[in-house]
Write a protein that binds this ligand. Structure first.
Ligand SMILES: Cc1cc2nc3c(=O)[nH]c(=O)nc-3n(C[C@H](O)[C@H](O)[C@H](O)COP(=O)(O)OP(=O)(O)OC[C@H]3O[C@@H](n4cnc5c(N)ncnc54)[C@H](O)[C@@H]3O)c2cc1C
Length: 389
């Protein structure tokens, strides 16, 4: 399943750092710029729905926006960048088996579509093959911090939906994200508790649309557009860490740590993991330190970096009954430099009502901006205003 991709500033910084040329990044921003309508409209929340948080995202290493490119666009950009950096890329090639000798992984067997099977050998095999990683399974990578599936996700792409910015909603038992993406389409995503999946299956589209109806006028706006693609729904959202290395092998991205999509953190993790793992591999295979030690340190660093957001994500995906308040933010993300004005504590509970993210510089370089923790993060606090305005 091709998932949506909402990219955080950290992701964009990592995409840039991974050697993607500025022109490529410019094409991402151009393709995914928030669309401005002549009558710049705001979502209309009914009175009583709480407050709307209207925010700008504080800059992280110079990136102050969220991006929401289609995966088809982003993946092509990354593959081209890898090719340009000198990697031999084989597309439509399926790995079917991991080879080993004396307890050490030595390579893979696999085939390009319609071609005979080939064996490839390597000093180190890196499994970046996603949440159902064949390589992790073949090497028996140990799982830890594993939790049952908590939510299922439904999403589709719509044409003609009036949106001028990204929107996030949290409702009891629901999380909804709306983001403009490529080709003048809008991605509309909804998450709901896994316990509802069996009953929702009979009418997934009805369940999805009824969820949007919980978000002010969102359901009405979405229905005023046209669904451009089929509705995709998935309960395949495992939550687990896997041991990331062993003799002759290592894991990256979802293959190593996977979590519920509700927090949209998977790409950030995958990009950061790839960056840190490659540094460890260069050190280990380059001879500046023993490979096993470098990979061991990488796993510890990975786990430290992701533990907080993993727990936060599981809290969001649990949809505690009775209220829409999300789990507390991971401790590290709550730090705020002195001098920033926090949103008063009594107002913080209202962030569950909805968040609207506008391009920071309308007209000049339109971008999506804002994030749900903008109120207590590292920059300008978000503005809270009554929902009815
Ligand atoms: C519904 C949904 C919505 C999401 N939304 C977001 C979001 O908005 N933002 C975000 O950051 N994250 C999101 N995620 C998570 C994100 O998609 C993943 O975390 C991210 O794609 C992980 O990247 P990866 O490279 O590790 O794995 P993948 O993107 O899964 O890539 C693995 C690759 O390995 C290939 N592969 C697998 N097996 C084999 C084999 N045997 N041989 C050859 N190739 C193989 C696959 O074809 C694929 O190309 C979402 C996930 C879901 C399910």
């Amino acid at each position: 399943m091709r998932s949506r991709s909402l990219l955080t500033p950290l992701s964009m910084m990592l995409v840039a750092a991974s050697g993607v040329r500025a022109a490529y990044l410019a094409s991402v921003s151009a393709l995914t710029a928030a669309r401005e309508s002549s009558t710049s409209r705001r979502p209309d929340h009914p009175a009583g729905a709480g407050l709307v948080m209207d925010g700008r995202l504080p800059a992280y290493e110079g990136v102050d926006a969220l991006y929401s490119p289609r995966r088809t666009v982003l993946d092509t950009i990354l593959v081209e960048a890898a090719r340009e950096a000198g990697a031999e890329v084989r597309e439509n090639f399926r790995v079917t088996q991991v080879t080993s000798s004396g307890g050490r992984v030595t390579g893979t067997r696999g085939a390009a579509r319609g071609r005979p099977e080939v064996t490839e050998t390597a000093s180190l095999l890196i499994g970046a093959d996603g949440k159902r990683s064949l390589i992790a399974g073949a090497v028996g990578a140990r799982r830890y911090r594993e939790q049952p599936v908590r939510s299922f996700a439904s999403y589709s792409y719509w044409a003609g939906v009036p949106v001028t910015c990204g929107e996030l909603y949290q409702r009891p038992g629901r999380a909804v994200a709306v983001f403009p993406t490529n080709d003048e389409l809008t991605m509309v995503y909804a998450a709901a508790p896994m316990t509802e999946f069996a009953s929702a299956r009979a009418d997934l589209e009805g369940h999805y649309l009824r969820t949007l109806d919980l978000c002010g006028d969102l359901g009405k706006r979405v229905r005023s557009g046209r669904r451009a693609e089929r509705l995709r729904a998935t309960p395949d959202q495992p939550n687990t860490f896997r041991c990331s290395h062993g003799p002759g092998w290592a894991l990256a991205g979802d293959a190593g740590v996977v979590m519920d999509s509700v927090s949209a953190q998977g790409m950030t993790h995958a990009l950061r993991d790839a960056s840190h793992l490659s540094a460890a591999v260069v050190a280990g295979l380059g001879g500046s330190r023993p490979l096993a030690g470098a990979l061991h340190d990488h796993q510890r660093r990975r786990d430290r970096a992701i533990r907080g957001i993993y727990d936060f994500t599981l809290g969001l995906a649990a949809f505690p009954p009775g209220h829409a308040r999300p789990a507390p933010l991971p401790r590290r993300r709550r730090r705020r430099p002195a001098g920033n004005r926090p949103v008063p504590r009594r107002l913080r509970r209202h962030r569950a009502a909805g968040a609207v993210f506008h391009p920071p510089h309308r007209g000049a370089h339109p971008r999506l901006a804002g994030h749900r923790q903008a109120h207590d993060s590292h920059g300008e606090p978000a503005v809270l205003r009554p929902a009815a305005t």
